[in-house]
Design a protein around this ligand. Structure first.
Ligand code: C2E
Ligand code: MG
Ligand code: MG
Ligand code: MG
Length: 286
């Protein structure tokens, strides 16, 4: 329609693109101040053992409570932080804060931290991690670093080498959102991940008996088993999903069924509702 007005295709689309770019720009400016203004916080979501229901870890999930934009989803602000290279200082804050907080939990409970490819390919990333561990006193085996498949899309061997060095430090390494990116078996051969996290879409599909989802989870579990890796099923919301995951043999489960991402105080309180001996997680109290 706008073409009739003479090359107006651009007129039709440009204003919206312009607004998006403008919003991103304004958000980036606000994000620059977010760290120093204490607008960032971490929520923690429990990861439980599929066998026993005990909490084995908490995943740290970043939240931005902006006076200007309200609560912004990480899905929206992390890409902006990455483009502006703000993910480097923000990511360091996440690592330090998560390691410090984990010191308040039972020593059997790990903390999982999401790390962007931009952070991992920084030359001093390893130093940042080591200093976060040393300053907090958290032993490396209680830290889990989560990366996505996109890490292997980077040029050069830098990323894979960095992953090997993380493993050499005794830190756990998870492959997040498995199956949603450019899944390739090549990097599962090269990198000794501790855990493969099966994306929520497969978990949902499996509970609905979608044959492809079932087949893929079975194959991932079998492959992980023989590679000596654990599996975490992401995003289990219903009892049906939990039962299906248990039947399929995933080692760990994370999802709203067991607990939503929660503020620091609630995550700590959760432990007081556990059996101190077994750390058995009581769903009713969550
Ligand atoms: P992720 O690492 O895959 O984290 C899991 C996401 O799934 C979280 O979303 C979590 O709240 C959500 N989730 C968990 N259980 C369920 C469920 O049962 N149902 C549904 N519908 N969702 C569930 P969230 O917190 O919005 O984070 C989104 C993504 O943002 C994360 O995905 C991660 O990629 C990124 N992110 C979050 N925090 C950080 C961070 O500190 N650094 C970096 N680089 N990325 C982060
Ligand atoms: Mg994650
Ligand atoms: Mg994930
Ligand atoms: Mg995910």
């Amino acid at each position: 329609r706008s073409k009739d007005q003479g090359g107006g295709v651009y007129h039709h689309y440009q204003p919206k693109l312009h607004v998006q770019a403008e919003e991103r720009r304004v958000m980036e400016i606000a994000l620059r101040k977010a760290l120093e203004n204490d607008e960032l916080l971490l929520n923690y979501q429990p990861v439980v053992s599929a066998d026993t229901g005990s909490v084995v870890a908490f995943e740290a999930l970043l939240r931005w409570n902006s006076p200007k934009f309200g609560n912004v989803s990480p899905v929206k602000f992390i890409p902006i932080a990455e483009d502006a290279r703000l993910i480097i200082p923000i990511g360091e804050w996440v690592l330090r804060t998560a390691c410090e907080e984990a010191m308040n939990w039972p020593s059997t409970v790990k903390v999982a931290v999401n790390v962007s490819a931009d952070q991992l390919t920084e030359p001093d990333f390893l130093e940042t991690v080591v200093s976060a561990l040393q300053d907090s006193g958290l032993p490396p085996h209680r830290l889990e670093i989560e990366v996505t498949e996109s890490i292997f899309m980077r040029e050069g061997a830098g990323a894979a080498q960095m992953l090997d060095e993380i493993i050499a430090l005794g830190i756990n390494l998870s492959l997040d959102d498995f199956g949603t990116g450019y899944s390739s078996l090549g990097y599962l051969r090269k990198t000794r991940f501790t855990t493969i996290k099966v994306d929520r879409s497969f978990v949902q599909g499996a509970a609905k008996n979608v044959p492809e989802s079932l087949a893929i989870i079975r194959a991932v579990v079998a492959m992980a088993d023989s590679l000596g890796m654990a599996t975490t099923a992401e995003g289990a919301e219903t009892q049906e999903e939990v039962q299906m995951i248990q039947k399929l043999g995933c080692t760990k489960i994370q999802g709203y069924y067991f607990g939503r991402p929660m503020v620091t105080e609630d995550a700590r309180k959760l432990f007081s509702t556990f059996d101190a001996e077994t750390l058995e997680y009581s769903r009713k109290s969550a």
